[in-house]
Design a binder for this molecule. Structure first.
Ligand code: ARG
Ligand code: ZN
Length: 876
């Protein structure tokens, strides 16, 4: 069944309030839902009330406290239809269901993880708890009563403010919560169990005292300190930057170990994958710390962008997700280094979203139909959605962007809004027409902009010709030209930025040029000497850019552009052709020659102490094998790409050995461990230097030494990874893997890393290792983090291992999908998206990939989730 945006209409009945009582039991939890409705004005008196369900059985049904005769309703596992309801005025429906949290392996609805009861209701999990109008445009205040065994569940939590509690019967107790803010069901949460807590408080700008509580497993409290600090910084920042204040007396975060996604923004009660809460220097890497900071902020920011203003329907998902990602990106940029953060964002966007947008799963930021909404929690909705917001900010400038956003918060507070509502606020606040710009929401595919510049000395003019093309995507064969904001600079020979005396050909505001036509030529006058063009600086638009530039011009940008992102981009553009050439040369049996211009530029950057270490580390991290594959576009042979990239790395390593040695020796942060961006940057630079050294010296000994010397997880894991990936069969590697396992045996999040390191060892032999690891006693198939660490890392992050020429990697994945799907369809569907670029493989691998997809497709019992992905993948 396909859901279509065009079919949207409001519900026939308005929900006024919700009163839920849970009697918690591991296998037989009783749920009483008292719902007060009235028929919406103008709705036909014969219209029935239809409530959603999923795997439910109805146990009781009352209308205004009287039993409803069987003739008046129809109940199935998926819906409850009640007829002959009052024509006007409020009435109360009481629905009783019994659910089994223990048996809920989908991790949607109410489930049990490590003895803790918790819920995940977005997008459509609430209907697994009780029959309900389970859609985001049905908002009501909720009162919640939880009754549970007191010894096993001292903690009883739900949304809103705590009303009170006490003893109940037979060793049970109860707690009641009230959330005054009307909310949709997907923001409901309940947690019951026995957990430790870290407490703090925050005083909002208007003086409200908010109790902050982070709940984690007993004994893990110290590892929640960084998350608490990130939470307080998020609350402060949202007040200062966006004027957004928190609105309840308490804000809670609960960390659980079995969770399908990263985290969930339930009102006042965020539930987190514990991977994004728990950190200390011994067990978390710098990347883990950065992720925790970003995700704590993301979920907190949802309180305004998502909860106070929610989505009318799930087609509007990016309304909250794109905007909230934009907000968490800005937060991290303010907490850390803005250009380094931008580089990391763009790397992520290009490696995850660009392939999605170029393959069979491509869809617009604001889709118009879906078969399974769980499959739309994608990098397009999140990351491209955020880029669209960033472009609005670029187009309008900071002041007008703020005006528009303030209007959005004011006009739509309490609403279930649409993307159109959002865009209109910027139009109304600024008088600007954003209709062409809105195509970014509606047209899928990454636009390709082809640019060329020409300088005419006699007239002192620089001419920039631009052409845009948006590729065809599933369901969208032809596209209109888009409004593409391109940040640019004309950099003169002395390194200064030229200011033109005039521009013709289109709109230019400050540093931003507005490309709006299919073909457009901008002419800049008063340019005294030949400039070097720096285009799409800071990645102002999420496009593919074709701009032929000489290595000298790229080196010039890399040396002089005031925009550090543009410098990184220039060095990447310098490196990519060499990586591609190396791949081709090896395929043709030629020896690889890495251009000395590239080597010099990289080593010069590595040595440049005026640049922050984190930036230098980014520059030295060459485009990945996946980046190269994407650039090649078709007929990909992952083994050739790997070999080509390896030979370029070796050439850089040999030429730069003294630089890398000295960086490895000197880039050690002073003093006690701090997860801050500066120290993390030093560790990143030191560790990438160590990585180059493994290409210069063919011995595991220095890395084994780094492994023994490491006094934090970042350094330890980097050493372990280098040992395993560069010297997989060495005794040193075996020893280090063993020592690591012994040391962290009791820490599941670190054991995940142990699995992931091994699953990503390059080469065809890794599949055997992965198969062996599936039988390791540490492999727990019901835990999504563990499955992602082993199966996910192999499929997503091991190009040579997964894409083995004989297709065994694809067959392995297919069999895993078929085993996981009956238990956890969301997880299975997500893993399957690792094959989204299968059509760009060389023919033999593509054939193997298709066969594996067909094996899945032929299964008669697929979930809607996997069915949707596999069919789109085979069709698109
Ligand atoms: N809204 C959550 C977040 O981005 C993600 C929840 C996704 N859940 C799901 N079942 N698809 O913060
Ligand atoms: Zn989100």
């Amino acid at each position: 069944k396909i859901v279509e945006l065009a079919h949207y209409r409001p519900t026939d009945f308005v929900l006024e309030r919700v009163d839920l009582t849970f009697e918690i039991d591991p296998t037989n939890t009783k749920v009483d839902a008292r719902l007060i409705f009235h028929r919406r004005d103008g709705v036909d008196a014969a219209a029935p009330l239809v409530l959603d369900g999923d795997e439910l059985t109805l146990s009781g049904l009352l209308l205004d406290q009287n039993e409803v005769p069987a003739s008046q309703y129809t109940a199935t596992a998926q819906s409850l239809t009640i007829r002959d309801l009052p024509e006007s005025g409020p009435f109360e429906i009481t629905v009783t269901t019994f659910i089994n949290p223990q048996a809920n392996s989908q991790l949607m609805g109410l489930y049990r993880t490590n003895g803790i009861y918790c819920t995940q209701c977005e997008a459509e999990g609430f209907r697994r708890i009780t029959y309900f109008p389970d859609r985001p445009d049905v908002l009501a205040p909720y009162t919640i009563t939880i009754i549970a065994d007191k010894a096993a569940n001292p903690l009883l939590l739900s949304n809103g403010n705590y009303l009170g509690g006490g003893n109940y019967d037979e060793g049970r107790h109860f707690a009641a919560w009230f959330d005054p803010h009307p909310k949709p069901s997907y923001l409901f949460a309940l947690v019951a169990g026995d957990l430790g807590v870290v407490e703090d408080s925050f005083t909002t700008m208007s003086g409200r005292d908010v109790a902050l509580k982070i709940y984690v497993e007993h004994g893990k409290e110290p590892r929640a300190a960084f998350a608490m600090d990130a939470l307080k910084r998020s609350m402060k920042w949202d007040e200062e930057r966006f004027g957004r204040e928190y609105d309840l007396d308490i804000f809670m975060v609960v960390a659980v170990s079995d969770f399908n996604m990263g985290a969930m923004e339930n009102k006042g009660l965020n539930v987190f994958n514990d991977k994004y809460v728990l950190a200390d220097p011994d067990t978390a890497t710098d990347q883990d710390y950065a992720n925790i900071e970003a995700i704590i902020a993301h979920e907190y920011f949802h309180n305004w962008t998502g909860n106070r203003i929610t989505c009318r329907d799930w087609f509007q998902l990016s309304l909250k997700e794109g905007l909230t990602v934009y907000r968490d990106h800005e937060f991290s940029a303010d907490m850390r280094s803005r250009p380094v953060k931008r580089i990391a964002e763009v790397r992520h966007l290009k490696s995850e979203q660009f392939p999605e947008d170029a393959g069979p799963l491509a869809h617009p930021v604001r889709p118009t139909k879906y078969r399974e909404i769980n499959n739309f929690y994608t990098t397009t909705i999140y990351e491209k959605g955020s880029e669209v917001i960033r472009m609005i900010a670029t187009l309008l400038g900071a002041d007008d962007f703020k005006k528009g956003l303030d209007l959005y918060f004011e006009r739509h507070d309490g609403d279930a809004a649409t993307v159109e509502d959002f865009v209109k606020c910027f139009e109304d606040a600024t008088g600007r027409d954003l209709s062409q710009f809105s195509l970014w929401y509606h047209q899928a595919g990454t636009p390709l902009v082809t640019a060329s510049g020409a300088y005419d000395a006699t007239t002192a003019t620089f001419t920039l010709s631009l052409e845009q093309m948006v590729p065809a995507t599933p369901g969208q064969p032809s596209k209109e030209p888009m409004h593409i904001p391109l940040s640019f600079a004309l950099i003169l020979a002395d390194g200064t930025v030229a200011t033109a005396t005039g521009v013709t050909g289109g709109e230019v505001t400050g540093e931003v040029l507005h490309l709006t036509e299919r073909n457009q030529t901008f002419t800049f006058t008063g340019i005294a000497s030949r400039p070097v063009l720096s285009l799409n600086r800071s990645f102002s638009a999420p496009i593919n850019l074709h701009l032929d530039q000489s290595p000298d011009d790229l080196a010039h940008i890399a040396r002089h552009d005031p925009d550090l992102f543009a410098r990184w981009q220039a060095l990447t553009d310098l490196a990519l052709p060499s990586l591609i050439q190396a791949t081709r040369d090896l395929q043709d049996g030629k020896t690889v020659e890495t251009p000395s211009a590239l080597i010099t530029a990289l080593i010069e950057t590595a040595d440049d102490e005026s640049l922050e270490p984190a930036f230098r580390a980014q520059v030295l991290t060459l485009p990945s094998e996946a980046d190269i594959a994407r650039e090649l576009g078709r007929n990909n042979d992952p083994d050739a790409i790997h070999a080509g990239r390896t030979s370029v790395l070796a050439a850089i390593a040999e030429a730069g050995v003294s630089t890398f040695q000295s960086l490895f020796q000197t880039m050690r942060p002073d003093g006690a461990f701090s997860p801050d961006a500066q120290d993390a940057g030093k560790r990143a630079l030191r560790n990438i230097a160590l990585s180059y050294l493994t290409y210069a010296e063919q011995s595991p000994a220095p890395v084994a030494e780094a492994f023994s010397d490491a006094d934090n997880m970042t350094d330890l894991l980097q050493a372990l990874t280098l040992l395993a990936h560069r010297f997989p069969d060495s005794g040193e590697t075996e020893g280090a893997l063993g020592a690591f396992l012994t040391r962290f045996d009791a820490n599941p999040l670190v054991i995940d890393k142990w699995f992931a390191v091994q699953a990503t060892i390059p080469g065809a032999a890794t599949l055997d290792r992965v198969n062996a690891l599936m039988n390791d006693p540490h492999f727990t198939p019901g835990n999504p983090n563990r499955v992602r660490a082993l199966v996910g890392s192999f499929a997503f992050s091991n190009p040579t291992g997964f894409n083995r020429a004989d297709g065994a990697g694809y067959r392995f994945l297919a069999s895993q999908i078929l085993q996981i799907d009956p238990k956890n369809p969301q997880l299975a569907a997500r893993l399957l998206t690792s094959m989204r670029s299968w059509r760009s493989l060389e023919p033999q691998r593509a054939d193997h990939a298709r066969s594996a997809l067909l094996t899945i497709d032929r299964s008669a019992t697929l979930s809607n989730d996997v069915r949707d992905i596999v069919e789109r993948m085979l069709k698109g």
